[in-house]
Ligand binder design. Structure first.
Ligand code: 3HC
Length: 693
C-alpha cells in the first residue's frame, strides 16, 4: 500500500515492510516523515504484525534531514518526535541501512530496536559540517550504544564510519550482503525466531565521563573557539548520562540555537553551492573521453596535476625539457602516491597500477596520442606560446589543449594554434593533488564540448570546477590581487603585519595575508608587480613599498627562512627588521600612523574583496555570486562558516557596503570605487543570493 509519494508499506504474514523512496538520497523530508509515521502507526494497529522492518529504495538509506527545509517554517511531524515514536513502538522495529545513513537517517535507525548494515554502508553524524549538531536524538542515543568518547568522535569529526567499524563499535547489530528488501525480511524473521534480540537504545544507561568531556571542551576552546556548534555538541553529549527525556530536551535547545546562527547559514550555503557549481549548461553536454593526459612541466604544479590525474586512474605522460628535473618530478609523484597509501587514500594495488600509468619524456612529440595536454610551465607568455605552437603540430586531432596559467590571456594562447576551439584553461591550485578547486576557463572560441570536458575532468578528479571567463587572474587571482593591496595599505597607514594577520585569523582565515605571502613566497608577487608596472595607473597608490624592500633583501618568506616572520626556529616569530622597513616607508611617504581596530581591519579587507568580486560579476567573468564563493572557499582558504564573500556580503547588505566604500574613498578615491552593480542592488533592494536564482 502506498502511503504517499515516498513511503509504502506491505505485509508479509507477520512482517510489515516499510519502504522509503525519496530520491536521490532519501532525505527525511516532511513527506517522508509523515509517510513513515503513518506506516508505523498502521503496522502497530494491525494485530497480525509482530515485526516492522524499515528499508530504503535507491542508492542509499536516509542521508539526513532534508536540508532544503531548514530555511522554512517547521513542518510536522518533526524528526525527533518521529524517532521517539519509532523507539516507543510496541512492535519491534528493525532498520536496514545501505549506502549512506547520515544525520537524521542514522538517528531514525537509532530509534529502531535492531539495525542491520549492508555491504558498503557508511554511517555518520555530519551535522557539524552544517553548523549543527545531531538534533533527532543522535547526541543521546549514540553514546548509549558506543560510549561517550566514540560518540563524540563521530559527532565532532562528522566522519563517515565504514560498515565494519560500525559493527565493531556496536552501532549496528549485523552486517549483510543482501539487497535491502531481502535483508529486511531476513532480519524480521530472525527477530521472530529470537535470533536477533530487539532492545530500546534509550533505555541503555550512559556512565558520566566529565573529565573526558572537560578535556574535549578545553581542546575545542583552543582549536575551534570561533565556531558555535562543536561546543554545543560536547554539552549535548554530556547530557546523555541524564534521563533520555532530559538529554533530548537539552539537545533540542542546542539544535535550535545552532539553527539560528549565521554560521549554520554559511555552511549550508557552502554545501549547496558546491553542488550548484556543477549545475551548469555544460554539465548536460557529453564530454570527450579522457584516458591519457599529457602534463608539460615537472614543477610543483605539473607534479601535483600529474598526481591527481593518476589518483583518478588516468594515464599520464609527464614532459620536462631535460632529464634531471624530469626524474626529480617523477620521484616526487612516487612520494605523493606513497603518501596517499599511508593516509589510506590509495590501496597498494592501486598504487602499483598508478605507477604503471605514469611515463616521463623530454620530448613534446611523445604527446602525439594523448587526449588532453595540460601545460604547467612557468608564467611566461612567450614560453607558453612556443609550447602551444608546437603542441598544435604534435597533438592528434580533437585533443584538448589546456593551460594551467594563473593569470595570462588564454585567448592569445589559443590564437597561436590552428585549433582555438580546442583550447581551454584549467587553473589548478597548489598543491594540485590536495586543493579541490579548478577554475575552468572558457575562452572566446572554446567549443562547448571542450568546456564540458574540462568540467567532466574536474568531476573525475573529485574537484570543484568553477567556470571563469578570461581576464588577468581569472576569478580568484583577480579578486586576490585587489584585496591583498588593502593589507599593504593598512600596514603603511598604521597596523603591523601581525595585527592584520590576527584580525583576519579572528575572522576565520586559517592564516593572515602576511603569513600566506610568506608561505607562497614574496618573489611571486614581486614578479607580478613588475609585470604590471608598465600598465599601472598613475592614480593607483603603490602597494609594494614594504614588500619590495623585503624582496630586495632576499627575504622571500618561509623558503628563505625570513619574510614578514622569521622561520629560523620551530616557532614563527615576527621579523623585527620589517618594522624598521615599515617605519622608513611611512617616513618617506610622510604618513603618520593611525590605529585600526580588529573590526576596522576586517571591514576594509572584506569590503575590498566584495567590491572586486562584484566587478568580476559585472564583467561576466563569473556567472553567479555562488561561483565566486566556491572559488574563494575551495582555493583561497575563505572561512567556510562565512559561506564565501558574496554570501557574507549579504549579511552586511548593499547599502551598508556602499557607505563603507564611500567613507574609505575619502582617503583613496581610485582604489575605493562603488561598483555599479552594487548601486543597482541597493536601489532595487536585491541581495547576491537573488542573483544566484
Ligand atoms: N537534504 C536535501 N538534499 C540533499 C541532502 C539532504 N540531506 N543530501 C544531499 N542532497 C541533495 C544534493 O543537494 C544533490 O542535489 P542536486 O542533485 O540537486 O545538486 C543530491 O541530493 C545528490 O547529492 P550529492 O550530489 O551530494 O550526491 P553524492 O552521491 O555525491 O553524495 C551524500 C551523497 C554523501 C549523501 C551527500 O549528498 C551528503 O553528504 N549529503 C548531506 C548529508 C548530511 O549532511 N546529512 C545531515 C543533514 S542534517 C540532519 O540530518 C539534522 C538531523 O540531525 C536533525
Amino acid at each position: 500500500m502506498q502511503i504517499n509519494d515516498v513511503v509504502s508499506i506491505e505485509t508479509l504474514s507477520h512482517i510489515a515492510l516499510i519502504c522509503l523512496n525519496n530520491p536521490p538520497v532519501n532525505a527525511a523530508s516532511q513527506a517522508l516523515r509523515y509517510g513513515l509515521q503513518q506506516a508505523i502507526s498502521i503496522a502497530n494497529t494491525n494485530d497480525a504484525i509482530r515485526v516492522i522492518a524499515i528499508y530504503g529504495a535507491g542508492r542509499t538509506f536516509v542521508a539526513g534531514a532534508d536540508i532544503k527545509e531548514f530555511d522554512g517554517p517547521p513542518l510536522e511531524p518533526m524528526l525527533p518526535e518521529l524517532v521517539n515514536e519509532i523507539e516507543e513502538s510496541e512492535t519491534p522495529v528493525v532498520v536496514i541501512l545501505h549506502g549512506t545513513a547520515l544525520g537524521g537517517g542514522l538517528e531514525i535507525a537509532l530509534g529502531g530496536h535492531v539495525r542491520v548494515g549492508l555491504k558498503g554502508l557508511k554511517v555518520g553524524l555530519p551535522e557539524i559540517n552544517l553548523g549543527l549538531l545531531p538534533g533527532a536524538g543522535g547526541t543521546q542515543r549514540t553514546p548509549r550504544l558506543i560510549g561517550i568518547p566514540a560518540a563524540l568522535d563521530m559527532i565532532l569529526s562528522g566522519r563517515h564510519v565504514p560498515a565494519n567499524e560500525a559493527l565493531e563499535l556496536g552501532l549496528i547489530d549485523r552486517l549483510s550482503d543482501e539487497i535491502p528488501r531481502d535483508a529486511a525480511i531476513g532480519a524480521a524473521k530472525d527477530i521472530l525466531s529470537g535470533v536477533l534480540m530487539p532492545r530500546r537504545t534509550g533505555e541503555i544507561l550512559v556512565k558520566a565521563d566529565h573529565s573526558y568531556l572537560d578535556k574535549m571542551k578545553a581542546t575545542l576552546l583552543r582549536t575551534h573557539a570561533h565556531l558555535v556548534s562543536p561546543h554545543k555538541c560536547v554539552e549535548a553529549v554530556r547530557a546523555s548520562s541524564l534521563k533520555l527525556s532530559e538529554g533530548l530536551k537539552l539537545e533540542k535547545r542546542a539544535f535550535a540555537e545552532s539553527m539560528s546562527t549565521p554560521q549554520r547559514a554559511g555552511l549550508i550555503h557552502a554545501f549547496f553551492g558546491e553542488r550548484a557549481a556543477r549545475n551548469i549548461p555544460e554539465a548536460k553536454i557529453s564530454p570527450l573521453d579522457l584516458a591519457h593526459i599529457g602534463v608539460v612541466g615537472a614543477g610543483t604544479m605539473g607534479i601535483g596535476i600529474a598526481t591527481t590525474c593518476l589518483l583518478s586512474g588516468l594515464e599520464v605522460t609527464l614532459v620536462e625539457a631535460s632529464q634531471e628535473p624530469l626524474e626529480i618530478g617523477i620521484a616526487t609523484i612516487h612520494k605523493n602516491l606513497e603518501g596517499a597509501v599511508k593516509r589510506g587514500k590509495l590501496s597498494r594495488e592501486k598504487f602499483n597500477s598508478s605507477l604503471k600509468c605514469l611515463t616521463g619524456n623530454t620530448d613534446l612529440a611523445s604527446l602525439n596520442q594523448v587526449d588532453m595536454v595540460i601545460e604547467a610551465v612557468f608564467e611566461d607568455m612567450d614560453v607558453k606560446k612556443d609550447i602551444f605552437f608546437k603542441l598544435d603540430k604534435i597533438c592528434k586531432t580533437g585533443a584538448v589543449l589546456a593551460s594551467n596559467t594563473s593569470y595570462l590571456d588564454i585567448n592569445e594562447l589559443a590564437d597561436i594554434t590552428s585549433r582555438p576551439q580546442d583550447v581551454i584553461g584549467l587553473h589548478f591550485f597548489s598543491p594540485a593533488h590536495v586543493m579541490r578547486l579548478i577554475e575552468v576557463i572558457v575562452c572566446e572560441k572554446t567549443n562547448e564540448t571542450v568546456s564540458a570536458t574540462g568540467f567532466a575532468l574536474a568531476k573525475r578528479l573529485r574537484k570543484v570546477g568553477v567556470k571563469s571567463g578570461v581576464c588577468d587572474g581569472f576569478i580568484g587571482n583577480r579578486i586576490l590581487s585587489h584585496y591583498r593591496k588593502t593589507a599593504a595599505y593598512l600596514v603603511l597607514d598604521g597596523s603591523s603585519p601581525q595585527e592584520v594577520d590576527q584580525a583576519l585569523e579572528a575572522f576565520g582565515f586559517a592564516m593572515g595575508p602576511h603569513k600566506v605571502t610568506d608561505l607562497a613566497g614574496l618573489d611571486i608577487d614581486w614578479l607580478t608587480r613588475r609585470r604590471k608596472a608598465p600598465t599601472r595607473s598613475k592614480e593607483e597608490r603603490y602597494s609594494g613599498d614594504v614588500a619590495d624592500r623585503l624582496c630586495e633583501n632576499g627575504w622571500f618568506g618561509r623558503k628563505a627562512g625570513k619574510g614578514y616572520y622569521l622561520y629560523e626556529t620551530a616557532d614563527m616569530t615576527p621579523n623585527p627588521k620589517v618594522n624598521e622597513i615599515i617605519e622608513a616607508e611611512r617616513n618617506r611617504a610622510g604618513l603618520s600612523p593611525k590605529t585600526f581596530s580588529v573590526g576596522e581591519i576586517i571591514d576594509r579587507y572584506m569590503t575590498a574583496m566584495i567590491s572586486e568580486a562584484t566587478r568580476v560579476l559585472e564583467d561576466k567573468i563569473a556567472a553567479r555570486p555562488l561561483d565566486i564563493d566556491m572559488v574563494l572557499l575551495f582555493g583561497y582558504g575563505f572561512p567556510r562558516h562565512r559561506g564565501g564573500p558574496m554570501h557574507y556580503a549579504d549579511t552586511i547588505g548593499a547599502t551598508k557596503l556602499i557607505e563603507h566604500i564611500e567613507k574609505y574613498a575619502q582617503e583613496d578615491s581610485y582604489y575605493w570605487r562603488v561598483p555599479n552593480l552594487l548601486r543597482d542592488m541597493a536601489k532595487d533592494g536585491k541581495t547576491f543570493a537573488d542573483l544566484n536564482r
